[in-house]
Design a protein around this ligand. Structure first.
Ligand SMILES: NC(=O)C1=CN([C@@H]2O[C@H](COP(=O)(O)OP(=O)(O)OC[C@H]3O[C@@H](n4cnc5c(N)ncnc54)[C@H](O)[C@@H]3O)[C@@H](O)[C@H]2O)C=CC1
Ligand SMILES: C[N+](C)(C)CC(=O)CC(=O)[O-]
Length: 489
């Protein structure tokens, strides 16, 4: 088990702790705040309901979380040390001094700093080569970006190792090749924030109107294509050159007040805080976090279906977890005499509904995924389908027996009731632990994708079905199989 030490367990440290823990690392936290354990517990609750369901494969079993009053004890033996103390250079330097006296010289020390350059953090350190900027984005347990900013004191080998460890917990490490105050992303955030503060101060727009201007338009666009790709498209057929010719001159017009900073007078602070209360004060921060997480998970899972941007990163993480862990054919399954595991995952947030539990259409999705997996296991895989053979579902019957909720780990086990010639009759049972949640029965026909008509499957598929039929012959006919909704008496 790999261990991470979290130094400073506030908003960001808590997010790092959740990301490591839910990806199977042990996590040790050092934070002098007596409230740190409670706060991290609440961040973890949010992370548990949102992160595991982003994956379409089960994450590794959760690691062990411990809290330490001694920083030296927390960092000993840790492979990754993440510093997330407040944004004060003197404090960060003091923390490195203390922890470098106790930590493994081979460990990576990442700093969450929003703006300090890595050379400033390495100044006067015992082993500067160990310290690197790893700037995350809130919520750290969901958003993939880490700005990884090294200096020439960090060896290329150390930078590669850091990238590998970050990728292993699902991050997207963006290697910032040249250090600069506030890295890449915070320079944008700073520019946008300054502009927004002026718009409020000058009475042009309220905090709510500014947020609408972002989230109803370019904010959604940025989430999937960023700035330059979006503007390329906005240039029409002539692309980026046309866009620059048209909008380049505007950069010299008074479209921005970027270089001036409005003074944070009490009046401005009150105005913004009051407008923010009027806009969002009806929700607690934890409620807003959950609303944010629901929305992020929905958007990220949509991007996952497109295999695009942050969604492509999630797919790669799934592939990495799945590699080697799942059999690709029934010949690799040791015991075929029991129903076969065809789905193991956490319930995603976007699978739940207004009743606060997994919604009915998603049971069909889960059972359909199990059927796809069963097909793959008997040889009806992507190559087979590309060659013109597949299965069509003719009939499905689902029974809902118990409730389940976002983040719960579910498994589906599949018994083959008939697998002969073109006919395939499957009975899926969905569990959370030992609790039977639902059953799904499907009858499928093997088809030619050319004629769209039923036909016999390949000899390999016939053989695989025969092998399962023989192995599962002693299983009782499942309770509930072959049933239908009875006519009321
Ligand atoms: N809040 C944000 O949106 C983001 C913040 N960051 C960066 O992350 C770092 C932490 O920021 P937040 O989590 O927002 O601050 P925070 O105030 O929520 O948490 C800081 C934590 O550090 C603890 N702490 C203070 N002195 C300590 C020490 N000597 N040893 C160990 N722990 C100590 C505090 O008790 C507190 O729990 C900063 O460098 C910040 O720039 C990075 C990305 C986003
Ligand atoms: C406001 N901030 C500078 C602390 C923001 C960040 O550093 C990144 C984020 O999560 O927005």
């Amino acid at each position: 088990m790999t261990t991470a030490a979290i130094i400073g367990g506030g908003v960001i440290g808590g997010g790092w702790a959740a990301r490591f823990l839910l990806n199977g690392w042990d996590v040790r936290v050092f934070d002098p705040d007596p409230e740190a354990e409670r706060k991290i517990g609440e961040v973890l609750d949010n992370a548990r309901r949102s992160l595991p369901g982003l994956s379409d494969v089960p994450l590794p079993p959760e690691g062990k979380l411990s809290f330490h009053t001694d920083m030296a004890e927390a960092v000993q033996g840790a492979a990754w040390i993440q510093e997330s103390v407040p944004e004060r250079l003197d404090l960060k330097l003091k923390v490195y001094k203390g922890l470098q006296e106790a930590c493994d010289p081979g460990a990576v020390i990442g700093s969450s700093t929003s703006g300090f350059k890595p050379s400033e953090l390495q100044e006067g350190a015992l082993r500067p080569e160990q310290i690197v900027v790893t700037h995350p984005f809130n919520p750290v347990y969901l958003l993939p970006l880490i700005e990884l900013v090294p200096t020439d004191k960090n060896s290329p080998e150390m930078v590669e190792r850091a990238k590998e460890m970050l990728s292993s917990v699902g991050f997207f490490p963006l290697h910032v090749k040249k250090e600069i105050d506030a890295h890449i992303a915070d320079r944008f955030l700073e520019a946008v924030w300054r502009e927004a503060l002026w718009l409020v101060k000058d009475g042009i727009a309220t905090t709510e109107e500014i947020d609408e201007a972002i989230r109803m338009g370019f904010g959604i666009r940025w989430a999937q294509m960023g700035l330059f790709e979006t503007y390329r498209v906005a240039g029409g057929e002539a692309g980026m050159r046309h866009f620059m010719a048209q909008f380049g001159p505007a950069l010299k017009w008074p479209w921005t007040k970027l270089m001036d900073v409005p003074e944070f007078t009490d009046e401005l602070v009150d105005m913004i805080a009051d407008q923010s209360d009027a806009q969002s004060g009806r929700y607690s921060i934890r409620e807003l976090e959950r609303i944010r997480d629901n929305n992020l998970v929905g958007m990220m899972r949509a991007l996952k279906h497109q295999d695009w941007g942050a969604g492509a990163v999630l797919n790669q993480h799934d592939k990495r977890i799945k590699a080697g862990a799942m059999p690709s054919h029934i010949d690799e399954i040791e015991d075929l005499s029991q129903p076969i595991l065809t789905l193991s995952r956490a319930v995603p947030l976007d699978w739940t509904d207004y009743n606060g539990h997994m919604t009915e259409s998603k049971y069909l999705e889960a059972f359909a995924n199990s059927t796809d997996r069963f097909m793959e296991l008997i040889g009806c895989d992507a190559d087979y389908i590309a060659n013109g053979g597949s299965y069509f579902t003719a009939e499905t019957h689902i029974r809902h027996l118990d409730e389940t909720h976002a983040g719960a780990r579910i498994e589906v086990r599949t018994q083959m009731l008939l697998g002969q010639g073109k006919k395939l009759h499957l009975f899926h049972s969905m569990y959370e632990g030992d609790k039977l949640l639902a059953t799904g029965e499907s009858f499928l026909l093997h088809v030619s994708l050319e004629t769209r008509r039923p036909c016999a499957p390949s000899a390999e598929i016939e053989a695989a079905m025969a092998k399962i039929a023989q192995a599962q012959a002693k299983l009782p006919y499942p309770e509930g199989a072959g049933s239908s909704i009875r006519k009321p008496a």
